[in-house]
Write a protein that binds this ligand. Structure first.
Ligand code: AMP
Ligand code: ZN
Length: 446
């Protein structure tokens, strides 16, 4: 099937034509590892996991290379180590473990390669030396800077000119810079900070050079897709492009950017403090699939909010679908559903198609499509809430006669314990599974 993707570079939706006809390659900027991933970080992961799944569906699971890095050298990590007195490697190891667990809970597959920046310092140094030799960079006071004005296409990804950027951005003026636009590829480290020997003295890399070096090492000079959140377009991605192109690499053909997860109209971010982590929600009993479903209900190029209403609807839908596909062996993913996904990841369209399949009781196709989208739904072990509601109602009717309500009270307590909301009236009983619903606690009841 033809896949169309919106390319930030050309500002248009294009037919995706991979460099090699039968395979695809993708690089996505990964997390800086010093803290739990927040829900905004998770959006980027879920979006590109969905693209990865679509590419695997199209080209075969062994024909897609997906690289997502871990930034494990960064001043935010150094600051966290200084605050807590912990070793940097303890912090980064622990955070990488958390990240993989939390993203796994959201149904995200692990990429084919997950390089850590600190394992690619030699490649970064080699690239920086090459850029100096070619006249695109210079060393000054233990720093190496990229000479932005030496690359005439700088700014084309985000569609800004260098002069506009200087006017609009907070570019750092520093004594070692020839031009305020120039950005750091290498900086000196004092003895208490992580550092590596280099031709410019002991130091550490800047953030942008990491991605250029790791992408080159793992994917070569040219690859198909580069992804990340749209907060990275400028300066991070402009800088990656400048470094790689000036080394003579073609770099990425298609640039894809997800929009931000917001809180009351503002980007969710660590620096604004308006974030909650994926782990916060999982600990509240919200299932990973529910978070994934809410993320996918909005197209990746639109901003979105996480709301309780969306969570509630996702829970209801997934519970219904889980019952439908229970015990069904998954068939092929539905063709129309794949068509939606192939249209620049139209996930909301794909979900509306899943609703159609559910209404038409096409269980095998629904199961196969859900699986392809990363949902492994399990029906809640034989618990039918409508049956339990009828049972509670008749027990209550009998108790009104006998005036012995002990059995009714015991059932209500068991339901509450299992996270079910109970509403009773003369007409009947309504049971609603809440966010902490745990069906296993009801096994003795029916
Ligand atoms: P960071 O750790 O902040 O460098 O971000 C890691 C990844 O998460 C990048 O691809 C960011 O673009 C993405 N990201 C950060 N905040 C958000 C947000 N609020 N919504 C969506 N993606 C985000
Ligand atoms: Zn990057």
């Amino acid at each position: 099937m033809t896949i169309k993707l919106y390319n930030t570079k050309t500002r248009s939706k294009e037919v995706f034509t991979p460099i090699e006809a039968d395979r695809a390659s993708m690089y996505v900027c990964g997390p800086t590892v010093y803290d739990r991933a927040h829900m905004g970080n998770a959006r980027a992961v879920v979006v590109f996991d969905t693209l990865y799944r679509l590419l695997r569906h199209e080209f075969g699971a062994d024909h897609v290379k997906y690289v997502r890095n871990f930034t494990d050298v960064d001043d935010k990590i150094n600051a966290r180590a200084a605050e807590t007195g912990r070793a940097i490697s303890d912090i980064t190891e622990e955070t990488i473990g958390w990240f993989l667990d939390d993203m796994g809970a959201l149904g995200a597959l692990e990429p084919t390669d997950a390089p850590r920046a600190t394992n690619y310092i030699d490649q970064m140094i080699a690239m920086i030396e090459d850029l100096i030799a070619k006249g695109h960079a210079y060393a000054a006071e233990g720093h190496v800077l990229f000479k932005v004005r030496s690359y005439s296409d700088y700014g084309t990804l985000s569609g800004r000119s260098v002069d506009d950027m200087i006017a609009g951005a907070r570019v750092e003026v520093a004594p070692y810079k020839d031009d305020p636009m120039d950005f750091v590829m290498w900086k000196p480290s004092s003895d208490d900070l992580p550092g590596w020997d280099s031709p410019w003295g002991r130091g550490r890399p800047g953030w942008h050079i990491e991605c250029s070096a790791m992408a080159f090492d793992l994917l070569g000079g040219t690859f198909d897709i580069h992804g990340g959140g749209n907060d990275l377009t400028f300066p991070h991605h402009e800088n990656e492009i400048a470094q790689s192109k000036c080394c003579g690499h073609d770099f990425a053909n298609v640039w894809m950017h997800n929009e931000m997860l917001q809180v009351e109209g503002k980007k969710m971010s660590k620096s604004l403090g308006n974030f909650f982590t994926v782990r916060d929600l999982l600990d509240q009993g919200i299932a990973g699939e529910v978070i994934r479903f809410v993320m996918l209900s909005t197209h990746y190029r639109k901003p979105m909010d996480w709301t309780e209403k969306k969570r509630d609807e996702a829970e209801k839908t997934l519970r219904k679908w889980a019952q439908l596909v229970d015990g069904v062996s998954a068939g092929q993913a539905d063709a129309k559903f794949i068509e939606f996904l192939s249209d620049d990841l139209n996930t909301s369209g794909a979900i509306s198609r899943l609703h159609e399949l559910a209404s038409a009781n096409e269980r095998e196709t629904l199961a196969g499509s859900l699986q392809m989208l990363g949902f492994e739904l399990k029906a809640e072990a034989g618990v039918d809430l409508s049956e339990l509601a009828a049972q509670l109602h008749s027990t209550r009717v009998a108790a009104m006669e006998s005036k012995d309500f002990s059995q009714v009270d015991a059932m209500k307590a068991a339901l509450a314990e299992a996270g079910v909301e109970v509403r009773m009236s003369k007409e009947g009983v309504e049971l609603d599974a809440g966010p902490s619903f745990d069906a296993s606690k009801l096994e003795g009841l029916s």
